[in-house]
Design a protein around this ligand. Sequence first.
Ligand SMILES: [Zn+2]
Length: 170
Amino acid sequence: MDHCAECGFTYDPAEAPAAGRAIRDGVVEVAAVLRRGAVDDLRTRRRPEVWSPLEYACHLRDVLLVQRERVLAARRTERPVFEPMGRDERVDHEGYAEQDPDDVLRQLGDAAGMFGNVLARLGAGDWERHLVYPYPGPTPRTLAWMAVHTVHEVVHHLRDIRLQVEPAAG
Ligand SMILES: [Zn+2]
């Protein structure tokens, strides 16, 4: 998993220190795209099995909050093992489709800032701290990898959202 054929993202651990900035910039773009959509449209699934733009935005917010907790845990414990975040269950358990898009965009911006803050506080040696990441299967990873992987989440879902809200731009 070092290149994503769908969105073209390539994993480069050297980019880890720039991840916080890349994530904040990506989230600003997500918000700009979502603001161009009508509320009803943001809530609408184009296909029953594909999340709506609003559901993708909720997912991205939760990814950033979960990743933030994982970074903090990996700093204070040796090689923590993480459960999957429950991406599909959260859609119903949190009622993604019923959330207010303005709230979600504000929360998304805050989540990016909060995640960026914990990344900015990592010292040079901390990027090599290990954790066992649950996706796609339990795998030992460094914090540097996880930071870059989170940039990929943002880039990938920005594309998912953009393809729905602005199909012509895809
Ligand atoms: Zn991708």
